[in-house]
Design a protein around this ligand. Structure first.
Ligand code: H2U
Ligand code: ZN
Length: 350
C-alpha cells in the first residue's frame, strides 16, 4: 500500500481549530521568484520621534495629547471601528439582505514609551507590565454587558498594514462573536463532546511528544508551527494549563508568558535579521457569561515572510478562490526556527 511522504507528496492537512483544510505542496519550495520584492523597514529608529502619535507627550488626531507615560499607555482609538452606543438590533429584508448593529470599543495599547523598541528587544520586566495591562483590559471590557468577545491583537510591520513602528497593539471588543472565534468555538466544543477531553490539551501533549514542530517551550507555555499552518512561519502558542482566558494566569504564568513571547519573537527577528512582520492575536473564551469549558487559551502568529526579508507569501488566486496552500512544510519551518539563537541579532557583540 502506498504511504504518504510529507516531504514529497502534495497533501491536505486538517486545521483542527477551524475545521478547514490546507494544501501542502512540498516539492514547490525551489521555484524561482520574479515577483514583488518588499521594501525593508528602516534599521535604526530613534527612541523618541517628534512626529509619532504614540510617543509620550505628543499630539494625536483631534488634538488629544499623550501623557508622559513611563511603561504602558492605553487610550480609546481616535478612529474606532466600533462604538459603544450602537444598538445591537437586527435588520432583515426578505431574508436575503441581513445586518445587525454592532456595539463595541476599540483601544490602542502602547507597550513602551520607547519608539525604537519591539517585544523582542524589551526586557522581561517591561513585557510583564504589558501582560498585566492586557489582563486589566480584558477584565474591564469583558465585564461590560454589551461586550461578548475581546480581541487583543498586534500588527507588526508596514507589510502587515501597521501604521507606526512604535510598539503597540489594539483591542477590539464587541457584541457578537467574530468569525474565527465562531469556527474555533464549534471545533473545540465538537471535540469535547466526541472525546470527553480538550482539543488543545490533547494537541499540545502530542506535539510535545513528537517534537518535530516544536519551536520553543517553558514551564507554562509552548509554541509550535501547527501541523495545519497556512503562513510559512506561522506559530501557535498554547498554555499547558487548561485556561479559557488570560485573567486566569497565575503570577508564574504571567512571567512565563512574557518570557516565551520574547524568546519566540527574537527567533523570528533572527530568521532574516529584520524586525519580523506579523499579525499576532489572542484567542480566548467568549465573555457573555457562559462557562465555555471547551475553550483553551492560545495565541496565533501569522507572519507573511516566505524565504527572505523581502519575499512574502501572498494569499491570492487559488487561496482566495479555493483553499490556502503552502510549499515549505510546517516541520521544515519549525526546524528553521529551532536553529535560531535567542539573542537578538542587533544585540550581538563582535
Ligand atoms: P495599527 O496597529 O494598524 O498601526 O493602528 C494604530 C491605530 O492607532 C489605528 O487603529 C489609531 C488608528 O486608528 N490612531 C489613533 O487612535 N489616533 C491617532 O492619532 C492616530 C492613529
Ligand atoms: Zn513613537
Amino acid at each position: 500500500m502506498a504511504t504518504l511522504d510529507f516531504a514529497e507528496h502534495p497533501h491536505r492537512r486538517l486545521n483542527l481549530l477551524t475545521g478547514e483544510w490546507v494544501l501542502v505542496s512540498p516539492h514547490r519550495t525551489r521555484r524561482p521568484w520574479q515577483g514583488q520584492i518588499e521594501r525593508l523597514p528602516p534599521e535604526r529608529l530613534n527612541p523618541y520621534e517628534p512626529d509619532c502619535y504614540l510617543c509620550p507627550g505628543n499630539a494625536r488626531a483631534g488634538g488629544r495629547r499623550n501623557p508622559h507615560y513611563t511603561d504602558t499607555f492605553v487610550f480609546d482609538n481616535d478612529f474606532a471601528a466600533l462604538l459603544p452606543e450602537t444598538p445591537p438590533v437586527a435588520w432583515n429584508d426578505s431574508s436575503l439582505l441581513m445586518a445587525t448593529g454592532e456595539p463595541g470599543v476599540c483601544r490602542v495599547i502602547c507597550f513602551s514609551p520607547r519608539h525604537d523598541l519591539t517585544l523582542a528587544r524589551m526586557d522581561l520586566q517591561a513585557i510583564r507590565k504589558v501582560v498585566d495591562t492586557w489582563i486589566e483590559q480584558f477584565v474591564e471590557l469583558a465585564s461590560r454587558p454589551y461586550i461578548n468577545y475581546v480581541q487583543i491583537f498586534e500588527n507588526r510591520g508596514e507589510m502587515m498594514g501597521c501604521s507606526n513602528p512604535h510598539p503597540h497593539c489594539q483591542v477590539w471588543a464587541n457584541y457578537s462573536l467574530p468569525n474565527e472565534i465562531q469556527k474555533e468555538s464549534r471545533c473545540q466544543l465538537d471535540y469535547r463532546d466526541r472525546m470527553r477531553s480538550c482539543l488543545l490539551c490533547d494537541y499540545w501533549q502530542l506535539e510535545a511528544a513528537r517534537g518535530e514542530r516544536l519551536v520553543v517551550e517553558n514551564e507554562h507555555f509552548l509554541a509550535v508551527v501547527p501541523f495545519w499552518a497556512i503562513w510559512p512561519f506561522e506559530t501557535l502558542l498554547i498554555s499547558r494549563r487548561h485556561l479559557g482566558s488570560i485573567e486566569q494566569f497565575s503570577e508564574a504564568e504571567r512571567d512565563a508568558f512574557a518570557e516565551i513571547l520574547k524568546r519566540l519573537v527574537t527567533r523570528y527577528d533572527n530568521l532574516f535579521e529584520v524586525s519580523f512582520p506579523y499579525s499576532m492575536g489572542f484567542h480566548q473564551r467568549p465573555c457573555d457569561g457562559g462557562p465555555y469549558p471547551e475553550w483553551h487559551f492560545h495565541v496565533h502568529f501569522y507572519p507573511p515572510l516566505l524565504r527572505s526579508a523581502t519575499i512574502r507569501k501572498f494569499m491570492v488566486g487559488y487561496e482566495m478562490l479555493a483553499m490556502p496552500q503552502r510549499d515549505l512544510t510546517p516541520e521544515a519551518a519549525a526546524a528553521r526556527l529551532r536553529e535560531m539563537s535567542e539573542q537578538h541579532y542587533t544585540e550581538r557583540g563582535g
